[in-house]
Design a protein. Sequence first.
Length: 198
Amino acid sequence: MRDIAEAADLSPANLYNYFRGKHEILFFCQDNSLDRMIAALEKARRMRTSAAGRLRMVIVSHLRCLLDEVEGSAAHLLTSALPPREQRYLVTKRDRYEEGVRSLIAAGVRSGEFESGDPALATRAMLGALNWSVQWFRPDGPQTATAIAEGLADYLIQGLLAKEDGRTQALPEKETYYADRNQTGHGSKKRATAGRTL
């Protein structure tokens, strides 16, 4: 708790005014991250664009949430440390998010935009790659969190796109999903280290 208080520029006594212990902080970080991701998913579902465009919005929002927006969101890898009740709550919420991403991919398969395959397997592989980014991302690296998010979105969506005459379709044009966000905030300074792998 002392280390967390120092990182938050608070005294340990002040931190205890908001949280009773490390478990509450861990739960807050994960719950807040999932709320943001689910909100982005709902926004993507309402977009009048291709399946790839909707999925791109979800991927970029997911990574920006983990790497750029919610301090401590990497704590999502530590949910097994939570009491069983809190674990069940977060797993239910996480499963709802995963199901929504799977539905986006399944819709792309049905429309012929994505290759036929197993949407559940594709979703789990995709979310696994995105979530693991917190292990190798470094704020002082050569690329911003947004650049990493855009690049990973390209790679992941390219693997899903249906082939035409043996050639993969062109990726959809990138759209701006952050018009309502301040691009010059602290997150713009966060970067990824070159040479690190997924």
